[in-house]
Design a protein around this ligand. Structure first.
Ligand SMILES: O=P(O)(O)OC[C@H]1O[C@@H](O)[C@H](O)[C@@H](O)[C@@H]1O
Length: 288
């Protein structure tokens, strides 16, 4: 594996984007003529073993500290190893509109792999493609190369740029059940008829895979978030207090983003039969 922090800038007639080989991490994406849709903070810190803030971290094979036997577990690193790994850039499989990355279980330490719920010796490889155009489509396919079912959690943890989180709304989750992980015990709640808004920390796992709209009155646009192969949607913004306490964000930067994530976690973890695969996909677009 090539352990250097390469960042690839993509410019084509429909969009611009930048992608880091470390984490196979989309750092930014803007359709031609638009402000950035995928948000990145002012400073990006590149350090082996540390996740990049902003962009689209790939969360795999556990979400937060994982979930096992009906309880929150204590797996490390937080949100899995995919975002902290140097992925292989597939030169031949890539172009100015599509980037392709791979990662193989043989490159991951046994101590980390031993934390898989489905058994200590998982064999798999992952292929991640990023299609850069007027839409951005990110697809994570995990192939189970072993003889036992492979179980994991995953998310495409997408930071979306907004003019002001407190004035933004996520529409399309009305009536959906969700786990409110800000509250003790992560109680199951139900979204009323109103959109999701951001006054204080919001950290929720919605049992919905519907296409959503992030409405932004400040930038006067709507970001459309569609997904496939996801059972859930996580909506997250840290709010002022926790946002200003995040070490790799400047004061007030939390206001410039809202995370809407395609997710399979907890009771919706993926189980891939031997020699089969699963794909999680998220597509972003803008409308005015
Ligand atoms: O700071 P991190 O590790 O990137 O995590 C950020 C957030 O990621 C979200 O997906 C989780 O729902 C939050 O609970 C978490 O705090």
């Amino acid at each position: 594996m090539n352990n250097t922090f390469t960042i690839r800038d993509i410019v084509n007639e429909d969009a611009t984007a930048s992608v880091s080989d470390y984490g196979a991490h989309v750092l930014s994406w803007a359709p031609a003529g638009e402000q950035a849709v995928v948000w990145r903070p002012k400073a990006i810190y590149l350090k082996e073993g540390t996740a990049i803030r902003g962009g689209v971290p790939i969360i795999f094979p556990w979400f937060n500290s994982g979930f096992e036997g009906g309880h929150v577990a204590s797996k490390t690193p937080k949100h899995g190893f995919a975002r902290n790994s140097f992925w292989h850039y597939d030169e031949e499989g890539s172009s100015d509109v599509l980037l392709r990355y791979t990662l193989d279980s043989s490159e991951i330490g046994a101590d980390i792999l031993s934390q898989f719920v489905s058994g200590p010796n998982p064999q798999f490889h992952a292929v991640y493609t990023i299609e850069v155009g007027r839409e951005l489509t990110m697809s994570l396919t995990v192939y189970n190369d072993g003889d036992e079912p492979l179980s994991y959690e995953e998310a495409l943890h997408t930071y979306l740029q907004v003019g002001d989180a407190e004035q933004s709304q996520v529409c399309g989750l009305e009536g959906a059940d969700y786990l409110d992980t800000v509250l003790d015990g992560d109680p199951r709640c139900s979204q009323g008829d109103e959109p999701v808004t951001f006054q204080g920390m919001v950290d929720r796992i919605y049992y919905s895979a519907d296409t959503l709209e992030l409405r932004d009155p400040v930038l006067q646009r709507t970001i459309i978030v569609a997904k496939q192969g996801a059972a859930q949607t996580v909506v997250w913004n840290p709010g002022e207090q926790a946002g200003n306490a995040i070490g790799d964000l400047g004061d007030g930067e939390w206001r410039g983003c809202v995370c809407v994530e395609a997710v399979n976690n907890r009771d919706c973890a993926v189980v891939v039969p031997p020699h089969d695969s699963h794909t999680l996909q998220q597509t972003l677009a803008v409308k005015h």
